[in-house]
Write a protein that binds this ligand. Structure first.
Ligand code: FMN
Length: 185
């Protein structure tokens, strides 16, 4: 069997019952056999300060290394005020620096957004996709995993139980693995 594609997953919110974190955990379980997802918690990443971008704090250096070592990236995000949550943008800003040392350079990336509302965090997802252009990330365009009314798709323990959402996430990780293998060639 081929060597599994190493995927680094991050995102969710820091809230104990975070739905977007539950979606990330579900993706880890749903990953097909030819890929493996490691989840990195960005809660210890401090606020970005450009004075320290060349000598970043330990949590940032570790995050940068994990991203560089991964074959592919998976992000799960909620939507805050029609956009990207500040802590997520902050973490991305850190690892994109210093200029010339963008950890995401050329990486394949898949994106999942979720919300209690009707639009499933799609506006945050499209703002992130805009940032991907500058980051020179190669995103998966299809399927789009946009999860509306996310709270209705989890059980009381925060486990994803909605069959269609599970199917879409599996399709997304499969597409990410295939795209990663193509880019490696
Ligand atoms: C600061 C803030 C802003 C929010 N803005 C939006 C929004 O623009 N669109 C939306 O669909 N939900 C919005 N919500 C609701 C979130 O979708 C909901 O709280 C969701 O559960 C957050 O993700 P989490 O469960 O991973 O913490 C907002 C929530 C917060 C705390």
């Amino acid at each position: 069997m081929a060597v599994p594609i190493k995927i680094l997953g991050f995102g969710g919110s820091f809230r104990k019952g975070s739905y977007s974190k539950a979606i990330l955990n579900a993706a880890k379980e749903l990953a097909p056999k030819d890929s493996v997802i490691e989840i990195f918690d960005i809660k210890d990443i401090p606020l970005f300060n450009q004075d320290h971008e060349a000598t970043p704090p330990e949590s940032v250096s570790m995050f940068k290394k994990k991203i560089k070592d991964a074959d592919a990236i998976l992000i799960s995000t909620p939507e805050y005020n029609y956009s990207i949550p500040g802590y997520l943008k902050n973490a991305i800003d850190w690892v994109s620096r210093p200029y010339g040392d963008n950890s995401f350079e050329g990486k394949p990336v898949a994106l999942m957004s979720s919300s209690g509302g009707m639009l499933g965090g799609s506006r945050a997802q499209y703002h992130l996709r805009q940032a991907f252009v500058f980051l020179n990330i190669h995103p998966i365009n299809r399927p789009e995993v946009i999860i509306p009314s996310v709270h209705e798709k989890l059980d009381a323990n925060g486990k994803l139980i909605d069959p269609m959402t599970k199917e879409k996430i599996t399709e997304l990780i499969t597409a990410l693995s295939e795209w990663s293998r193509q880019l490696k060639k």
